[in-house]
Every structure is written in structure tokens, then in C-alpha cells.
Design a protein around this ligand. Sequence first.
Ligand code: SF4
Length: 237
Amino acid sequence: MSGLQAGWVRRNFPQRSCIVAAMARKVQTAGSAADLIPSHPTLESLQKTAKGCKACDLWARGTQTVFGEGARNAEVMFVGEQPGDKEDLEGKPFVGPAGVLLDKALAEAGIDRRKTYVTNAVKHFKWDPRGKRRIHEKPDSIEIAACRPWLDAEIEVVSPEVIVCLGATAAQALLGGNFRVTQQRGQVLPFGDGRRVVATVHPSSILRAPDEDSRHQEMQRFIEDLRVVAKIIDGAK
Ligand code: SF4
């Protein structure tokens, strides 16, 4: 955690002085959340326990743990990279602009959002200060590995038919470092115990497209990838 970040927190969240103190000490707690996973996990016990996770340094940077949420026994689990600014403040995944775009694409692809579960590979917001704004910073491999037990436990408990990796971080976390979303998006691949996995882009990348035309094209490609997922679910019924 940089001095800049600590300064930003002091100015904007003066009540969080204990966190600032921890940041100033440059707490190094990189490890694994594995020891925190309850022996007979439920979504409720996982969410509750994850609130206190300090398995990597990101606990001091984010406002709170943003755990996954959605339908119990959802057929589809969406895995993004990490919570964004709005998600960090609200404590819920995919409630910011990328979540709104995901909802639109799901509706177009014929996937009922209420029957899905959404989560992230990393449960704390990693950011850098730029003026008054907090700018997204990509989590590193140590942070992704530390947080992986939470994601594994969510997959185990929700037991989805299909996992959809949104973006390179989620895809590489679950499918390995050589996986390339640009080349392998939309492919249906086996995953673990009879599940399937499909990778596509993160909706935030569509929001970053340089102009309206490319944004429209990227949205259509995203919807096509989600239609692949819709077909798997329909075929499983
Ligand atoms: S990012 Fe994951 S492993 Fe790191 S502190 Fe947060 S919940 Fe724990």
C-alpha cells in the first residue's frame, strides 16, 4: 500500500485511521484463505467468514470484502476480476456500470439474471489514487492465489452447471496462465466435476471501447458468447 493510497483514505475516510496505521506498517499478510474456509460451508457461513479475511494485503485497501451473491444452486456462475469502486462501497458484486451492462447482455441472450450467481476472483477492491478518484489496479498472482479458496468454496457450494469467466484475470485464475480470452472466448471447455466453463470479455472492457460503433460491436460479440451459455443450460434441462 503506497503513501498516496494511505493519504487518500485519510482524507476520504478519516474514521478508518486503524487501517491507515496498518497500511503505514506495510502489513505483509500474503498467504491463503484456505485456513478460513468452514468445514461444512454454506453461502451464509462463507460470506460471514470472508468479512474478516486478511489473507492478502488487499483487506487494508478495500472498504470491505465483496463476496459473491445470487441464486442458491444457480445454473450459471459468473466470475469477474475484482469489485469496482461502486461494488467496494456498496459491498455487492456487479452493481456498477459493468453490472448494468452485464444485466442487459443477459436479457438479450435469454439468461434469467435471477437464476445466476455472480462473484469475483478477488474479493477486495485494489486501486490507486488519482486526484479524488480511485483507479482500478489489476490484482497480482499472489492476491489471486490467496483468494482462490473462497472462489473454490463458492463453486463447491453453488455447484453451477456452467462457469463463465469474465475477462482474462478470471479465465487465467481458473484455466491457467496460458489461456487467452482473445483467442478462446466462447469455447465450451470441461471444468472439474462434469461442469463446463466458457470465457468471454469482462463487461468493463466494452465500456472502455473507443467509440459507439466499436462498443456496439463488442456488445454483440459478448451477447453471442452468452448465447453459447444459454444453449448449454437449455440442453441440460
Ligand atoms: S482479496 Fe481475498 S484473500 Fe485478499 S484479503 Fe480480500 S478476501 Fe482475503
